[in-house]
Each structure stands twice: as C-alpha cells, then as structure tokens.
Design a protein around this ligand. Structure first.
Ligand SMILES: Nc1nc2c(ncn2[C@@H]2O[C@H](COP(=O)(O)OP(=O)(O)O)[C@@H](O)[C@H]2O)c(=O)[nH]1
Ligand SMILES: *[C@@H]1O[C@H](CO)[C@@H](O)[C@H](O)[C@H]1NC(C)=O
Ligand SMILES: *[C@@H]1O[C@H](CO)[C@@H](O)[C@H](O)[C@H]1NC(C)=O
Ligand SMILES: *[C@@H]1O[C@H](CO)[C@@H](O)[C@H](O)[C@H]1NC(C)=O
Ligand SMILES: *[C@@H]1O[C@H](CO)[C@@H](O)[C@H](O)[C@H]1NC(C)=O
Ligand SMILES: [Mg+2]
Length: 404
C-alpha cells in the first residue's frame, strides 16, 4: 500500500522537477513573491454552468490553468493568478443536497501539486489575505445564437447589451461585483486575453460560464502535464489504496486480478438509451468480455450512480454467473468528510488500478479514469472499452493517449 501511495504521489514531484528545467518554477517563484504583494497581483476568477458535473469542471479548470501556464512560460502576465472556484450545490451530489457549503479544491485535490503547473489559489487563500473580495469586472459569457454564421465556425467575441448574471458567487455574501459586462464568445480560450484587455487596470476579473471557451492545446504534452499535476487529495488516495489492498490484496499500481466498470445510470439511463445498456444487457456484456479477454478474473469492481435496487439486481445476476462483485460504500465519517464528490473520486481511483476497465460512452467520469490509466502506463486495450447499447450501432471509444 505504501509503495502505491509513493508512486502515485511522486507524479507531482516529477512534474515540478520537469518544470524546474523548463524554467516554469522560476516564473512561479517570482509569482509567489508577487503573491505576497497583494496590491500588485491580478486575480482571474471563473465559474461554470451550474448544471455541469464535477468531471467536466475538471476539464474547464485545465483550459484556464493552461492559459496561465502558457502565458507565464512566455514571460507574460506573471502577476496573474487563477482562483479556484469552490464546488457548491452540484446537481449530482444527492446525499449532500441539504449541505450547501462551498467546498474548496483542497477537499478533492492536492492543491500544492496544481501549483507546480500553474499559478492558482484556492479561494480561501485569497480570503486569508483579503477580508472582502470586490470583483472589478464580471464578464458574463454566452454563446452566439448561430455558431456557424455563413457556414463557418470562427473564433470571435462581441460585447452585447443586457444580460443577467445567473450565478450566486458560491453563496458568499462577502464577494461583490462592481460591473457586469456581457460577452458573446466562441472558440479557443486564448482569445480571452483580448476580452480581459478591455479593462487593463482591473485587478480582479471574473469569467462566468467558463465552459464556453475551448481548449487551446487539446491532447498536447502541455495538456498532459497539466493533467498529471491534478493529483487527488492524499486522504482520498489512501482510502482507495486501503480498499484495493484489503479486497484484492494488490500493492502495485497495476493490479491484475479485478476488472472495473463505470456503470453510469441516472440521466444517462433515462435520456441516452441509444448509448447505454439495460441491466440485463450489462450483465451479458460483462460476462462476454471477461470470458473472452480475461479468463482468470472473477472480481468485478463497479463504480456507479445507479439506484440501490438496480445495483442489487446487477450484483445478484453477476453472482449467479460466478463473479464476485465489489462496490465502495463509504463509512458515515468518510461521507461526512469527503461528501459525494470524494466518494466518486475514491471509486474512480479504484477503477483506475484495475487490470481492465470498461466505461460508459461519452461520460466525463469515464474519461477521467481513462486518463489516469494512461498516466499510469496501462496498455490502451485495457482502458478504452465501453458498454454498448443492447442493440444498434456501438461506436468504438477513441483512444485518448498520453503524451509524455
Ligand atoms: N459515486 C459515483 N458517482 C457517480 C458515478 N457516476 C457518476 N456519478 C456522479 O454523477 C456526476 C456526473 O457528472 P460528471 O462528473 O459531469 O460526469 P458525466 O455526466 O458522466 O460526464 C459525477 O460527478 C458524480 O457526482 C459513479 O460511478 N460513482
Ligand atoms: C521579491 O520581492 C521583494 C520585495 O518586493 C524584492 O526585493 C525581491 O527582489 C523579489 N524577489 C524576486 C526573486 O523577484
Ligand atoms: C467570507 O465568507 C465566508 C463564508 O461566509 C467565510 O468563510 C470567509 O472567511 C469570509 N471571509 C472573510 C475574510 O470574512
Ligand atoms: C490463468 O490461470 C492459469 C492457472 O492458474 C495460469 O496457468 C494461466 O497463466 C492464467 N492465465 C492468465 C491469462 O493469466
Ligand atoms: C493488449 O494488447 C497486448 C499487445 O499489444 C496483448 O499482449 C494483450 O494480451 C492485450 N490485452 C488484452 C486484455 O486484450
Ligand atoms: Mg456531466
């Protein structure tokens, strides 16, 4: 267990050492110098469409973090910091629904690792230095009505009149906004600097609907360097490792004796029946894949957002076929400490160490597990596998391979 922990942890140190050679740490040292100089720094806040889930938010973070990383690599915008938006009121977090407290990124991630890649601050770090946050300009982003005007999609933005900010500043009464500017935006996030240059003296700016600007370096080495810096909170990693060690007696990064499945249900089961199987279809497919590819494996770990009655059904049908089914159930204390978001991450970590992973089509929860396995060095044929619909076309998952 220790070994696994150390290996996972080293990933972040390795990234920071790489950065040292590429000159990034120099920039970030200067930045941290300037972070002491609260007067001088400029803060970029952002938030995401309230309907989006946790794993898409991780992707939006990467777009912004890479934007600042790239600027500073070129010696520009060295006094800028990205402020990490707390997680609050996520629609999928059902057991925490009564509990609206905004959760800082440190609940889920090792923020010191994030800082090895880009100049970021958890919101509470800003609060420690500034009792009240007054945002100079909030840019309220929206898409264009017709993204393909004249038949072409081009990167563009435009100031428009009249929009209403639909967020709640994470419920904080001590964050205020001086001015709202409405912006229609489409295309790569690099164009954001043009928008921000409208207010050159603003020290605190915010972009809402941060999911609208797109990745500038999708799939590049920089993309993967950023992804590698997104280590989970160490306590979550330890809980997952204890589970793997206890149930599968595995102490290495790549375990060889269990298959993992991300069985996405809820909204996917309701509105995407062309992409996801029924319960019976799931059982048939798992049995077929395991019999064909993984003859010796009988342990199946299932990560899922399914209702209990569906899980019970799946488990008993798999038991009948001779499989041992494993799910992660948090203790009350674990749920209280890490909430639904932490429980989901623990399930993702357990999935990522399995001999073979089978995911759900077009789920960002599945994508993040696949990235984790790519970083760990699994063969791609053990990672890019999906559950197919009961009938009809089943598109093969694209292989989203790591660039080291
Ligand atoms: N614990 C747990 N939660 C899940 C699972 N699948 C989905 N969820 C929850 O549902 C949310 C789905 O939203 P998102 O992260 O955007 O992933 P996507 O909708 O599948 O692309 C996740 O963030 C979790 O909160 C699962 O296998 N286990
Ligand atoms: C850090 O800031 C101090 C005071 O503002 C300055 O004297 C010093 O040169 C700075 N160091 C670096 C490495 O920029
Ligand atoms: C702002 O409000 C939040 C929650 O009410 C609190 O945690 C934070 O400390 C406050 N900031 C300051 C400096 O008062
Ligand atoms: C399956 O198990 C048998 C006997 O335990 C072993 O000889 C064989 O190498 C295993 N096959 C694989 C693919 O692990
Ligand atoms: C994956 O591919 C490798 C060869 O590239 C092969 O040796 C291995 O058996 C394959 N694994 C599975 C589970 O199909
Ligand atoms: Mg989603």
């Amino acid at each position: 267990m220790r070994l696994l922990y150390i290996l996972v942890f080293i990933r972040c140190i390795a990234v920071s050492q790489q950065q040292e050679n590429s000159g990034f740490c120099e920039a970030s040292r200067e930045c941290s110098n300037q972070s002491n100089n609260v007067m001088n720094r400029r803060l970029l806040f952002y938030d995401v469409n309230p309907l989006e889930g946790f794993n898409l938010r991780r992707d939006v973070y990467m777009r912004f973090a890479i934007l600042l990383h790239e600027a500073q690599k070129h010696g520009k915008r060295k006094n800028w910091f990205l402020v990490l938006p707390p997680f609050q009121n996520l629609i999928h977090w059902r057991s925490s629904i009564a509990d609206n407290d905004p959760l800082p990124w440190s609940t889920f991630f090792d923020v010191s690792c994030l800082k090895t890649f880009a100049p970021v601050l958890d919101l509470h770090e800003v609060f420690i230095q500034e009792p009240k946050i007054d945002i100079d300009v909030l840019y309220m982003f929206q898409g264009f009505d017709d993204p393909f005007e004249n038949g072409i999609f081009e990167d563009k933005w435009q100031i428009v009149n009249n929009c209403k900010y639909d967020g709640n500043l994470w419920g904080f009464k001590n964050i205020t906004v001086k001015e709202v500017v409405c912006v229609k935006f489409q295309g790569l996030i690099g164009k954001l600097w043009e928008v921000l240059s409208l207010h050159p003296s603003a020290k605190k700016v915010m972009v809402t609907h941060g999911e609208i600007p797109l990745h500038s370096n999708y799939g590049s080495k920089t993309y993967w360097d950023c992804r590698k810096s997104m280590n989970f909170n160490k306590e979550l990693v330890e809980i997952a490792q204890k589970y793997i060690s206890k149930n599968f007696d595995c102490e290495t990064v790549k375990c060889n004796n269990y298959v993992s499945v991300h069985w996405r249900r809820q909204d996917f089961a309701q509105s995407r029946s062309r992409d996801v199987p029924s319960l019976e279809g799931t059982v048939k497919q798992l049995d077929k894949i395991i019999k064909k590819e993984l003859k010796n494996i009988t342990n199946i770990f299932i990560a899922t957002d399914a209702f209990t009655y569906e899980i019970d059904g799946l488990e008993s049908k798999l038991n009948v076929l001779g499989y041992e089914v494993y799910l992660y159930t948090p203790t009350e204390l674990e749920l209280a400490n890490f909430k639904d978001g932490g429980v989901a991450i623990i399930e993702q970590i357990i999935c990522s160490h399995a001999a073979y992973f089978i995911g759900t089509h077009e789920s960002t929860f599945t994508f993040r597990i696949q990235e984790e396995r790519e970083i760990m060095g699994f063969e791609t044929n053990t990672t890019f596998n999906r559950l197919c619909p009961d009938s009809g076309f089943c598109e093969k998952p694209s292989k989203w391979t790591v660039v080291n």
